[in-house]
Design a protein around this ligand. Sequence first.
Ligand SMILES: C[S@@+](CC[C@H](N)C(=O)[O-])C[C@H]1O[C@@H](n2cnc3c(N)ncnc32)[C@H](O)[C@@H]1O
Ligand code: SF4
Ligand code: SF4
Length: 350
Amino acid sequence: MKEYFSFQWHITDECDQRCKHCYIFSEDNRIKLNIMTWAQIQEIFYNCMDFCEVYDRLPYFYLTGGDPILHPDFWKLLALLKEHGIPFTILGNPFHLTDEVCRRLRDHGCQKYQLSLDGMQETHDWFRKQGSFACTLEKIDCINKAGIQSVIMTTVSGTNRKEVAAIIDTVVAHHVDVFAFARYCPTSEEKYTGMTPQEYRELLEICDHKFQEYEAAGCSTYFNKKDHLWTLYEYEKGTFKIPDSAGEGTIYGGCNCGNCHITILPNGDIYACRRVQNSKVGNGLEDRLADVWVCQMENYRDYTKFEKCSKCELLAWCRGCPAVGSGKSGNFYAADPQCWKEIQEWNYSN
Ligand SMILES: C[S@@+](CC[C@H](N)C(=O)[O-])C[C@H]1O[C@@H](n2cnc3c(N)ncnc32)[C@H](O)[C@@H]1O
Ligand code: SF4
Ligand code: SF4
């Protein structure tokens, strides 16, 4: 079985919300919205197919926006994926989902639909828009009933970290299939994530206890420990051990950037990661993705350049979140601001 390669494809910037933290809108709510034409969609699609042929991978698409369902050719694109038997996940909004729409999504091959919850009602609606919290909870049921896996993602910052425990209770009560959180990545305007390393570690501890309690009670929600700092947490707890067989210089896990994932924006720009500001490596309407992958993308694979991680025994399994680290300084290889690990050699040199 070939390995999958993930394309996070933002087909449109169009959206019913203007979230305060969003990397699309946080700097300017009046930005010109980019929307791919149908001709451009096809060009990008076949560029991705060519990429997978060259590297002998299976394509997997994460279709997103904005809200991808607002794209005028959304269903045409889904039909194209279905025709090629390609599985996909949608990262979208709740507003345009109905039982009928969810059934149609499933029939086109949608495996998962991810919605966001960024706090309990007051905080979530403050970040997003009035009524968004209630609508999100209501639409989880539509997704579940259609037989699509429901996923809830929380973007955590200093503003909402104390609400994550309540969000976990809420998603469990609504029978969400998968729950995960990732950290807010500062945009070029905002440099502070509002959490000290210790505060973030405390949050992981609280979540870990909750996850264990729910798992012991037979809860069906899968808790995806997506943030790579979970590896540091589990290493300290003794539940993650560095394998004796580990080879020097091999990368076993951690951040996927430069490994099995790439992002395409609605204007065709290819980004190493959507959350890493200024990580444009090419344009899929002008460049062959397969070439970009071995040329410009090399800038994201120099593991010796990680300022702190290169001195850490967890380099091959963690590297924190370079998108959070680089949001502050602009340097992809900067230290993760929430990593609490004491590294003498690094502390001395900084
Ligand atoms: C761009 S949205 C598109 C899908 C959908 N509109 C939504 O909000 O879930 C995808 C994810 O990116 C997250 N996101 C947006 N700006 C971010 C930032 N500056 N740092 C981290 N995550 C961010 C959102 O919270 C959401 O979970
Ligand atoms: S709903 Fe998603 S795409 Fe729209 S502004 Fe919010 S985070 Fe950005
Ligand atoms: S220094 Fe880097 S690799 Fe080590 S625990 Fe921190 S983020 Fe992870």
